[in-house]
Design a protein around this ligand. Structure first.
Ligand code: DOR
Ligand code: ZN
Length: 361
């Protein structure tokens, strides 16, 4: 048995829930799921109720994570359609970045006015990432702002051949961008929707086989920087309702799905380590503390069984798939926090990696 050691896995795109959505999942349950998935750190999105768009909501989320988290973490501040740019200077030092929802999804955040997007780009301090939900034709609109301001922009969950085309050109132009792709957009297509029903609903939606091929090509050739889960737990009742909620859990399935790609010869081990650890660290300016790494057995295959997952709602769109890569150990700051079976870290032992001067070190 050869174990691969990965230094400090980071998922820069998760929706942990908690706060007024604790019926879906909690910071305690989902950071435990993160450890079981091999992660050192997760970065939480702002489309919670209450949305993370002002200082009281941010303070409430930081306090709850501080009490409950078992892995390290950061949170995004959210751009609001009501123009909350006046808050930016006060909050940017305690968050991992700014998230702008430019297309509709779960929650209430949506910025569709290009003039407001311009004010947001102007106001957000350079040096902390701007992450965007931007689909299709919205991507060139955002690229205009990147070109004008030079502010690093992470394009979340890119899902189509068209979007890959825009971003390939932007990379060639030398714009400061990074690109994330999710496992569900790599492994599922719209053809899976009849089988999955509401469990296959997410934003961006599942696409065609041709789009999936373009994503794999971009993963293989280095255009894609990060595999991000977009972990978004909803209850079974919410996913089987007449109008299902958008989003799928992914923290515990991302690494073994990439292990499957290694097994199939679509991905090298070195590239896997870049996609789940080195590149998200670089983009967000993170340095894993000494004694922070994950050991995974990429040769160990298993079938994804929802009952074995820690994520609170207990379902997966990948149920029944045979994958490769069992997490054996997760170490943070020299402490064994997951031993392959049990989470050993106590609530509150996780740290905010963006908590102030030097905290990201
Ligand atoms: O499918 C999604 N679910 N896409 C998003 O952008 C948000 C997420 C959620 O919070 O449920
Ligand atoms: Zn998301």
């Amino acid at each position: 048995m050869t174990l691969l050691t990965i230094p400090g896995m980071v998922d820069p795109h998760v929706h942990l829930r908690g706060l007024d959505w604790s019926h879906k999942a909690t910071f305690a349950s989902e950071t435990a799921a993160a450890l079981a998935g091999g992660y050192w750190a997760v970065l939480d999105m702002p489309n919670t109720p209450p949305p993370t768009i002002d200082r009281p909501a941010l303070a409430r989320k930081l306090a709850a994570l501080g009490e409950e988290a078992v892995c390290d973490w950061g949170v995004y501040f959210g751009a609001s359609q009501a123009d909350n740019t006046a808050e930016f200077a006060a909050v940017s030092g305690t968050v991992c970045g700014l998230k702008i929802y430019n297309n509709a999804t779960t929650g209430t955040l949506l910025v569709e006015d290009q003039a407001l997007r311009e004010r947001i780009y102007a106001a957000w301090p350079a040096g902390r990432v701007i992450a965007v939900h931007a689909e299709g034709e919205t991507i060139p609109r955002i690229l205009e702002l990147v070109r004008r301001t030079g502010k690093h922009t992470h394009f979340c969950h890119v899902s189509t051949a068209e979007e890959i085309g825009y971003l390939r050109a932007a990379r060639a132009e030398g714009l400061p961008i990074s690109i994330g792709v999710t496992p569900h957009h790599l492994y599922l297509t719209e053809d899976d929707l009849p089988r999955l029903g509401g469990f296959g609903w997410m934003k961006p939606e599942l696409k065609t086989r041709m789009d999936v091929e373009a994503l794999w090509a971009a993963v293989a050739d280095g255009l894609v920087d990060v595999i991000e889960s977009d972990h978004a737990p909803h209850t079974v009742a919410e996913k089987t309702a007449p109008q299902p909620a958008f989003g799928v859990p992914g923290l515990e399935t991302t690494l073994p799905l990439l292990g499957l790609a290694v097994h199939e010869g679509r991905l090298s081990e070195a590239r896997l380590v870049e996609l789940v650890a080195l590149n998200p660290q670089r983009i967000f300016g993170l340095h894993p503390p000494e004694g922070t790494y994950t050991r995974v057995d990429l040769a160990d295959s298993f079938v994804i069984i929802p009952a074995n997952l820690r994520t609170a709602p207990g379902w997966s769109p990948f149920a029944g798939m045979r994958v490769y890569g069992r997490v054996r150990e997760v170490w943070i700051r020299g402490r064994l926090v997951f031993d392959g079976t049990q989470v050993l870290a106590e609530p509150g032992s996780g740290r905010n990696l963006f908590g102030g001067e030097g905290a990201a070190g």
